[in-house]
Ligand binder design. Structure first.
Ligand SMILES: Nc1ncnc2c1ncn2[C@@H]1O[C@H](COP(=O)(O)OP(=O)(O)OP(=O)(O)O)[C@@H](O)[C@H]1O
Ligand SMILES: [Mg+2]
Length: 233
């Protein structure tokens, strides 16, 4: 589903060059649940932006669902992002003066889904993340954890085959974090591919595979760590 080969991303800010990703290669198969861990500034969010086709690499190749991303037009990319990929960003990226309900309805508006259906679905997903009583609150009337859960509901409402989440539990209490992980595991069982950035080991343990990234390079790819953990040795 996701095939990344020899991918590098170099940011240029004035005279400063930052190698955010350095010759990274890996594959993620459909149905995997992958956690990405690594220190601050190691390139995790950059990698997520690449996987989500939000930004282009400086070098290397990216094949998403059999299609070479560099060869797609901007319109094709926008459509893929809206239909195939659900994003939960580190900074939430909610529209500030819109209500929770309006924020979750937005991706469906782009997809041309009728209004009544949009409302009903948005409400259902907000209830799923425990915000049934905050539908009409605007983003600035919500707590950080609540905004995060609105962002999760918005990411899921189009039923994306891939969910990309940057620190989805970073700003929420541990009971809510457990609830979010419960939702992710349920989605993964239903066949959704999940890539989640986290700095918390116990959150990462919910995934089936952990990629460790350091200075823009993958230093450890811990596949099937659960199975290994389960076996006494
Ligand atoms: N748009 C940008 N322009 C210039 N440099 C950038 C840009 N985005 C990220 N960087 C730099 O690239 C490096 C990797 O950043 P990235 O956001 O991917 O880190 P991260 O692993 O997500 O960190 P954190 O855990 O703090 O969120 C950092 O050194 C950062 O300063
Ligand atoms: Mg980040």
């Amino acid at each position: 589903m996701i095939q990344i080969s020899h991918l590098s991303k170099i940011y240029k800010t004035g005279d400063v060059e930052t190698i955010a990703l350095n010759n990274v290669s890996f594959e993620i198969k459909a149905g995997e649940f992958v956690a990405i861990m690594g220190p601050s500034g190691s390139g995790k969010s950059t990698l997520m932006h690449m996987i989500g086709a939000l930004d282009t690499p400086t070098k290397g190749k990216y094949i998403l669902d059999g299609e070479e991303v560099e060869k797609l037009s901007d319109d094709q990319l926008a459509d893929i992002r809206n239909r195939k990929i659900g994003f939960v960003f580190q900074a939430f990226n909610l529209l500030p003066r819109r209500t929770a309900l309006q924020n979750v309805m937005l991706p469906m508006t782009y997809a041309g889904i009728p209004k009544a259906e949009r409302r009903e679905k948005a409400k259902k997903f907000l209830e799923m993340v425990g915000l049934g009583d905050r539908l009409e609150h605007t983003s600035n009337q919500l707590s950080g954890g609540q905004m995060q859960r609105v962002a999760i509901a918005r990411a899921l409402v189009m039923n994306p085959s891939i969910l990309l989440a940057d620190e989805p539990t970073g700003n929420i209490a541990s009971a809510q974090a457990a609830e979010v992980m419960h939702i992710f595991q349920k989605l993964n069982k239903e066949g959704h591919t999940i890539v989640m950035i986290t700095h918390e080991q116990d959150i990462a343990e919910h995934a089936n595979r952990i990629l460790h990234i350091k200075d823009g390079e993958i230093v450890n790819d811990n596949k099937g760590h659960k199975q290994r953990k389960a076996k006494p040795n």
